[in-house]
Design a protein around this ligand. Structure first.
Ligand code: FES
Length: 501
């Protein structure tokens, strides 16, 4: 099985929206049809505002459709860190926000009759090392101080752990079914457009211009809901870093653990069960590397499957997929008005916990747009810059700078097109230009420019997904140069090569 497809996109109803019009005026244009975009549109559905959601590809088809679908206030080991970095007040707001979403999704699913496999479940974070076990003790104290439903837990796992923290009454769900349900309920009140990439956003005194690949929309306000912001007035490029992880859905021969699990030790592993056809299957997530900085991405799936087989005895591999998300330097997301702007709003930096923070973004951003107070907003203000985060910011920027400058000088390249085997790819020097070349399984060559259309970093081959990925800020491109993930908004240029040389 070579195809990557998530269990969520493989089992969700079909949605087909039109392309955006060539022109038009809206009160609100939401750029991006993922969890943030749909949640914000849903929160604004009774506002009387004229709203458009403009998605570059398919609604929910990018990061939102490639998660593990856990709804939990347990975000690894984070609350002790937040208290130490920002204080108890910010930690309480973050905890309340996530607990609210766990309840709210169930409430909305029930009120709106959305069948989204919402099930209450316990969420464990566990330690495999003494060092992490010590952190679990501190996290327990922090969580108790915040009033979270937490206790020392006894995991139902086939391997020994050093310590575990149990969060009671959390939830798991089918994120795409839930959000398509929301999209269905707002149709008629909100215009949902697909296959229309926004390439530029401009704020002016009297409104915003939203330039798409086919025209221009005018908007009083704009929400940038593109996972990695395609519009950056907040130096996000220096404050967030994109990481990739992997997941599989499998039938297993051994007993399925009750509860949801994650460890922060290496190798990172995440577990939950999910209804599939007439049975439950196990979802296992893991792997963690900066986008475009792993030489052998296919190996990430192999290692995950080997671990799954060792511990649970895999009978059938049903789905495998990868995802990516942005880690903020201080570990809190950025949700609210984009810094130094009056009409542009943003949500990013979820650190892999976008199932709760993405839905909370809908509430925070809609309140900000309507001028309402929001109890959580100050904790996730995009304009913050705590001193404690400066070393992490410096480290990530050094890493990006190394690829921006160093890759062009240092990397050894494949000498000739003819040396690229079928199913493989390489960056090849062609006269005065480097070209990204893929030879497909029929022998046909696909060649595009090798410089990322964001800031020009040299792209890396992702063998697991047959894509060109950027090691600097996580843009991804198809073999024909099409943009799969931003912040890049323009495609790579195609090149004609003589593949006999
Ligand atoms: Fe920034 Fe590629 S994503 S240079």
């Amino acid at each position: 099985m070579n195809d990557t497809r998530s269990i969520w996109l493989g089992t969700a109803p079909h949605f087909a929206g039109p392309r955006a019009p060539y022109s038009g005026h809206y009160d609100i244009v939401i750029v991006g049809g993922g969890i943030v975009g749909i949640s914000t549109a849903f929160a604004l559905r009774h506002s009387g505002l004229k709203i458009a959601v403009v998605e570059a590809r398919k609604l929910l088809g990018d990061v939102t459709g490639h998660t593990t679908g856990k709804l939990t206030s347990q975000h690894g080991l984070i609350y002790d860190h937040i208290i130490n970095t920002f204080g108890i007040d910010a930690a309480r707001k973050y905890a309340d926000m996530n607990q609210f979403v766990v309840e709210e999704v169930g409430k909305i699913a029930s009120e709106e009759s959305i069948d989204c496999d919402y099930v209450r479940d316990e969420a464990y974070v566990y330690a495999m090392t003494d060092e992490t076990a010590e952190k679990i003790g501190k996290e327990l104290s922090a969580c108790l101080e915040l009033g979270l439903p937490v206790s020392i837990g006894e995991p139902d796992l086939p391997y020994a752990v050093k310590a575990a923290l149990k969060f009671e009454n959390q939830a798991r769900y089918h994120p795409v079914k839930f959000l398509l349900g929301l999209a269905d309920r707002i149709e008629g009140k909100v215009e949902l457009f697909e296959n229309t990439r926004v390439i530029e956003i401009e704020e002016n005194d009297d409104g915003c211009a939203v330039r798409t690949e086919i025209g221009e929309l005018a908007a009083d306000k704009v929400v940038v809901a593109t996972n990695y912001p395609i519009y950056d007035s907040g130096l996000f490029v220096a404050k967030i870093a994109p990481y990739k992880s992997y997941a599989v859905a499998v039938d297993i021969a051994r007993p399925m653990p009750s509860g949801m699990y994650i460890t922060e030790d290496e190798p990172l592993r995440s577990l939950r069960r999910q209804q599939f056809e007439n049975r439950e299957v196990q979802i296992i997530g893991g792997g963690h590397h900066k986008v475009g900085q792993e030489e052998d991405t296919a190996m990430c799936f192999s290692e995950l499957l080997r671990w799954a087989d060792d511990n649970f005895e895999v009978k059938t591999l049903l789905f495998k997929w990868s995802t990516q998300d942005n880690w903020s330097a201080d570990r809190l997301p950025y949700i609210g008005k984009s810094p130094n702007r009056e009409r542009i709003f943003v949500a990013t930096g979820f650190g892999g916990w976008g199932m709760t923070t993405g839905i909370a973004s809908g509430k925070i951003l809609s309140d900000a747009i309507l001028g309402k107070e929001n109890a959580w907003a100050s904790a996730v203000d995009p304009g913050r810059l705590p001193l404690a985060a400066v070393p992490a910011i410096a480290k990530e920027n050094l890493n990006a700078a190394k690829h921006l400058i160093g890759d062009r000088i240092l990397r050894a390249q494949s000498p000739e097109f003819a040396g690229i085997p079928m199913g493989d790819a390489a960056i090849v020097q062609m006269q005065d230009e480097r070209v990204a070349v893929y030879r497909d399984h029929d022998g046909q060559v696909h060649a595009v420019t090798s410089s990322c259309m964001h800031w020009g970093c040299e792209l890396r081959w992702n063998s697991a997904e047959t894509t060109w990925d950027c090691p600097c800020h996580g843009s991804r491109f198809g073999i024909e140069g099409d943009v799969l993930h931003g912040p890049a908004v323009m495609p790579l240029e195609k090149r004609i090569v003589d593949d006999t040389k």
